[in-house]
Write a protein that binds this ligand. Structure first.
Ligand SMILES: C[S@@+](CC[C@H](N)C(=O)[O-])C[C@H]1O[C@@H](n2cnc3c(N)ncnc32)[C@H](O)[C@@H]1O
Length: 279
């Protein structure tokens, strides 16, 4: 009888402890150690099913695509003057690809995106382009990984434009490692994204960035603006230039990146990471 009583008490204590542990904080399954959500490409791309909202943001140049892609063109003209291949991770509708690269040495373009809606637009944008076009519906990290494992194809230039800030830090590092593995010797990783400014926390960044959106992005409908702010608040995890360089170094890019473009706010930047011509 006493044994049963002791067993019962132990079982109740274990149950209480389990409840307390769950109550005390998120489990490893739901969050990583930086409190960032797990990598969820479906969630990251859902907002882009309303592509016209993003298109309007790009057309108003609120995320500085013109300056970024001008700088990208200057870079490839200087550093990749011969024929080159380009992998575009998170390509979206690829709206800037033809105007930026048509008069360069680009001969083969591969665009990867997890959103079928975005890729359908990319197909239209790139119809009749003066370079080979391949569009792939896939998670960008998975694409870089499976191709690294099963396909020796490398690319002279890899572009990541506003696609990596959704990833948790450790997956950003995996992105850099996998992208580096897919870069040809002498290749360039052109990395455009939103950034926290030096020393800025994520809450301070969100307050400043969403504040800017609400005060300046007037041309969006009230619904479009609200949905965009929710997307940013829920899904954006930008790095500072310093923390990004550390993640890139962890992924094998040990040389400090070059900054090819930065807007006046410091939020929108284009960095270039290079792979030496010889291993
Ligand atoms: C802000 S848009 C950028 C589109 C384009 N690169 C540009 O600069 O305008 C982000 C794109 O990345 C895609 N994306 C986000 N996370 C992704 C993932 N894990 N794998 C593949 N695509 C992803 C979205 O579907 C979307 O098309």
């Amino acid at each position: 009888m006493n044994e049963w009583l002791a067993f019962g008490i132990v079982a109740v204590i274990c149950g209480l402890l389990a409840v307390l542990v769950r109550w005390a904080g998120p489990t490893e399954e739901s969050m990583d150690e930086t409190d960032e959500p797990r990598h969820d490409p479906a969630a990251a791309t859902r907002w882009f099913d309303h592509w016209h909202v993003y298109r309007s943001i790009v057309d108003h140049d609120w995320m500085c695509h013109r300056g970024i892609f001008d700088a990208a063109r200057q870079w490839v003209l200087l550093r990749h003057p011969g024929p080159f291949t380009l992998l575009d991770t998170g390509c979206g509708d690829a709206g800037f690809i033809r105007p930026t690269f048509a008069a360069t040495g680009l001969w083969s373009y591969t665009g990867v995106d997890a959103s079928a809606a975005a890729l359908a637009k990319a197909r239209t944008e790139l119809a009749g382009a003066p370079f080979e076009v391949r569009l792939v519906e896939a998670d960008l990290l998975a694409f870089l990984a499976t191709e690294a494992a099963g396909d020796a194809t490398t690319f002279d230039v890899i572009l990541a434009s506003y696609a990596v800030h959704h990833l948790p830090a450790r997956e950003k590092q995996a992105f850099f490692a996998r992208a580096r593995a897919r870069l040809a010797p002498g290749g360039s990783l052109l990395f455009a994204d939103v950034f926290r400014r030096d020393g800025e926390s994520r809450p301070a960044y969100l307050e400043a960035y969403v504040g800017m959106m609400r005060s300046q992005w007037h041309a969006l409908s009230a619904e479009g603006l609200a949905g965009t702010c929710d997307h940013v608040i829920e899904r954006d995890y930008p790095e500072t230039a310093e923390s990004l360089a550390a993640l890139a170094a962890g992924g094998g890019f040990t040389t400090a990146p070059g900054e090819l473009f930065r807007d006046a706010t410091g939020f929108h930047r284009l960095l270039v990471f290079t792979k030496p011509p010889t291993p």
